[in-house]
Design a protein around this ligand. Structure first.
Ligand code: SF4
Length: 346
């Protein structure tokens, strides 16, 4: 905790005690690095500074504010939770751990982080960073994502935050600082591949270091092999309007917008695919760009084509919109790059 006081990064959500602001930061930080979250958090808090504002915002607005951050079910759950808090808790984030845990999008880790950081309660946290620190510090064996090892990790994390809470005065925010110190150590010093043990405040107590077996911890199972997938997206223009469509509820990236696209198989005919997606036989299909990106274990190649032809304006395949309108919509990250091509054609 002393090390944290000296070395903590200056992150905007650490300058506030507003439980809502801390909750938003914790949801954004799931699967996402603090440096990426910084700009999103500032923008969100500027646009929707209260739980009431988040509960009432239009779906397009919350998706636009989240655009590019990924894992969009997070923002929909955040809004549903805000609506529950308005309806059932008089607009104030509940302090009770079990109630926080029952909110949409809040798991054991996030509930622990909210209750400890916002309310200084001795609730443990256990994410990838904390798992790495604890597994090395105590040379803990076993897969930390599965029982029985998983519960051992939770128990140790719980004992650490409880001990910090018991030893400190109420004013010192010890539970909050203890948990944040653990997270910060994992994020900035006890790094996955090259831990900076020379800067580590607990190096002399680190069991994995003493045993010279740091690389063996944590004992995570090997990852499923990456799978390659190829998609084609089409830019179709009609009278300075472009065909886009909104992803339906129930699929990945639901509610977000995209250019018409499909997954390519070994024998996909691009002209036939364009005809089915755009509502007319294309006169020309020419490549304009190609992007690589990853979603979970998928390594995706997105080929972008410009299709020229006579398109069916009444087609129910999407919406024909001018560039000014497209800029107001929330697009999936890869399709946002296609939008960039329209703004800056090479
Ligand atoms: Fe991690 Fe090294 Fe510190 Fe051990 S000494 S906790 S391996 S940074």
């Amino acid at each position: 905790m002393d090390w944290f006081s000296r070395s903590a990064r200056d992150l905007p959500w650490r300058q506030t005690r507003d439980p809502y602001a801390i909750w938003v930061s914790e949801i954004m930080l799931q699967q996402t690095r603090a440096e990426t979250v910084r700009a999103y958090w500032n923008r969100w808090m500027g646009a929707l500074p209260t739980i009431q504002a988040a509960a009432r915002a239009k779906p397009e607005r919350i998706h636009k504010l989240w655009e590019g951050l990924g894992y969009y079910s997070r923002v929909r759950n955040l809004q549903r939770a805000a609506q529950i808090i308005m309806a059932e808790h008089d607009g104030a984030l509940p302090r009770d751990y079990e109630t926080v845990l029952s909110l949409p999008g809040v798991g054991r880790y996030t509930a622990g982080a909210i209750c400890s950081i916002a309310f200084n309660q001795p609730t443990p946290i256990l994410d990838g960073n904390v798992i790495r620190v604890l597994s090395r510090l105590f040379a803990l064996t076993g897969d930390p994502k599965r029982n029985p090892a998983r519960e051992i990790f939770w128990t140790i994390a719980g004992e650490m935050v409880s001990t910090a809470g018991r030893q400190a005065t109420a004013a010192s925010n010890a539970c909050s600082r203890s948990n944040q110190a653990l997270m910060e150590l994992g994020a900035t010093v006890c790094l996955p591949r090259q831990p900076r043990c020379d800067l580590c405040p607990v190096a002399r107590r680190c069991e994995a270091r003493r045993l010279r077996r740091i690389a063996e911890f944590p004992q995570l199972p090997s990852r499923a092999p990456a799978t390659r997938r190829r998609f084609a997206a089409f830019i179709a223009e009609r009278g300075e309007r472009f065909l886009v469509r909104q992803r339906p509820v129930g699929v990945a990236n639901a509610h977000l917008w995209e250019f018409p696209n499909l997954e390519l198989g070994a024998s996909t005919d691009l002209h036939c695919a364009a005809e089915a997606l755009l509502g007319g036989r294309p006169r020309l299909v020419e490549p304009v760009s190609c992007f690589q990106h990853s979603i979970t274990r998928y390594r995706i190649t997105l080929e972008v084509y410009r299709a020229e032809g006579k398109w069916d304006s009444r087609s129910a395949l999407g919406s024909w919109l001018p560039k000014t309108d497209l800029r107001r919509l929330a697009f999936c990250a890869a399709h946002k790059r296609i939008l960039g091509l329209l703004a800056n054609p090479s």
